[in-house]
Design a protein around this ligand. Structure first.
Ligand code: P6P
Length: 334
C-alpha cells in the first residue's frame, strides 16, 4: 500500500515546479483546501441543520440562491480574506468583485474566482454539487486595490484552477499547468489525500451529457450531433451540476454540452467561474473545450464578470466529432 500524500504535502512539493515560486500560490491553494473542508462539513449535514431550502434571494445571474450557497460563499470569502495571498475575489454569488484589504500590509499577487456551490438546485435532493475555483496573477498595480481587469483575463492566463466535488466522496481536483491531480478527503484524518495522480481524460467515452429537455431549442447542427450520439447508443447522463458532469467525463470519457438557446442566446454557463476553470483542467488532462460556435473557450475575451457562453467540453475525439457536425450542418443550405 503506497503511503498517504496529503494535499498540503503535494502542493508544497510541487512548488519546486515553479522556478521563482515564493510560496504565495502554495499558501493560496492550501487556504482553498481549508475552505473546501469547512464547506464539505456543512454540505454533508445540510439536511440536519436547517440550511436546506431557499434563501429567498437571487444571485448575480438570476439563479435562486439556496442557503448552502450563501454559507459556502461566505466561508470561501472568509478563508481568502484571511489568507494574505489574495488581493480580491469574484464569485457567482456577488454582482461585483470584492477587493480584499492587504494582510499585514502585504501586497497580494493573486485574485481568485469561484462558483461556491455549482449545481445548488441539487442540494435539497441529495445529489452532488461542487465548488469551482480559478486563480489569476494580478495585472493591476500591486500597490493599489485589485481592479476588474484582474478578473476579466482569458482562461489561458489562469495560473491554477480546480474544483471540489461533494459526492459519494469529497474530491478536490486541481491543476497548476503541469497536469491534473485528484485528492479524496479522508474524514478520519480530515485531510485531502492524493488518490488520482496525473489524471488523463479518455479519448472518447460512452456518455453524452446535455439537457435533452431543450433539444428543440438548440440550433439544427447541435440537434444533428445529439441525434448522432443517440444513434451511436451513447448513454445520456445529465446531473444538473456542470462540475459533476465534467468530473465524470474526466474519468470515464464523454462530452458535456450546454448549447445556446433562444432563452440563452450566448449559452447559460458563466465564462469566469464555470467554463474557464473547468476548461483549463480538462485541457490539462488532454481534453478539449470549445463553444458551440467552435471557438476555444480559453481563448475567449472576457468583458464582464457574469458573461455567459455555450460550451462543448470533454474527450478530444468527441469534441472534434461535434466540431465536424457543426461545421457540416451550419454551412448555408442546411
Ligand atoms: P439547466 C447549475 O445551475 C448550472 O450552472 C450548471 O452547473 C449545470 O450544468 C446547469 O446550470 C444546469 O442548467 O438549465 O439544465 O437546469
Amino acid at each position: 500500500m503506497s503511503r498517504i500524500v496529503t494535499l498540503d504535502e503535494f502542493i508544497i512539493h510541487r512548488q519546486k515546479d515553479f522556478a521563482y515560486a515564493s510560496g504565495e500560490l502554495t499558501g493560496l491553494l492550501r487556504d482553498i483546501g481549508v475552505a473546501a473542508k469547512i464547506v464539505n462539513r456543512e454540505v454533508n449535514k445540510a439536511g440536519l441543520i436547517g440550511i436546506l431550502g431557499r434563501a429567498d434571494s437571487e444571485n448575480a445571474t438570476g439563479d435562486e440562491v439556496q442557503k448552502l450557497d450563501l454559507f459556502a460563499n461566505d466561508k470561501l470569502i472568509e478563508c481568502l480574506r484571511n489568507s494574505g495571498e489574495c488581493a480580491g475575489i469574484a464569485s457567482e454569488e456577488n454582482e461585483d468583485f470584492i477587493p480584499l484589504i492587504p494582510v499585514a500590509g502585504k501586497a497580494a499577487k493573486y485574485v481568485v474566482i469561484f462558483d461556491p456551490l455549482d449545481g445548488s438546485s441539487n442540494i435539497d435532493v441529495n445529489v452532488s454539487v461542487g465548488t469551482i475555483f480559478g486563480i489569476y496573477r494580478r495585472v493591476s498595480p500591486l500597490d493599489q486595490p485589485c481592479q476588474k481587469e484582474d478578473f476579466l483575463q482569458k482562461g489561458t492566463e489562469l495560473v491554477a484552477a480546480g474544483y471540489v466535488l461533494y459526492g459519494t466522496s469529497t474530491m478536490l481536483v486541481y491543476s497548476t499547468g503541469r497536469g491534473v491531480n485528484g485528492f479524496t478527503l479522508d474524514p478520519s484524518i480530515g485531510e485531502f489525500c492524493l488518490s488520482h495522480r496525473d489524471i488523463r481524460m479518455p479519448d472518447r467515452g460512452n456518455y453524452y451529457s446535455v439537457n435533452q429537455g431543450y433539444y428543440l431549442k438548440f440550433d439544427v447542427e447541435m440537434r444533428r450531433y445529439i441525434d448522432h450520439c443517440s444513434d451511436l447508443n451513447l448513454r445520456l447522463r445529465y446531473i444538473g451540476s456542470m462540475v459533476s458532469d465534467v468530473h465524470r467525463s474526466l474519468f470515464q470519457g464523454g462530452i458535456f454540452l450546454y448549447p445556446n438557446t433562444r432563452k440563452y442566446p450566448h449559452g447559460k454557463l458563466r465564462m469566469v467561474y464555470e467554463c474557464n476553470p473547468l476548461s483549463y483542467i480538462v485541457e490539462q488532462a488532454g481534453g478539449k473545450a470549445i463553444t458551440c460556435q467552435l471557438q476555444r473557450i480559453l481563448d475567449i475575451e472576457v468583458h464582464h464578470l457574469h458573461q455567459r457562453e455555450s460550451i462543448a467540453i470533454g474527450s478530444p475525439a468527441m469534441v472534434d466529432e461535434m466540431r465536424e457536425f457543426v461545421a457540416r450542418y451550419s454551412a448555408p443550405g442546411f
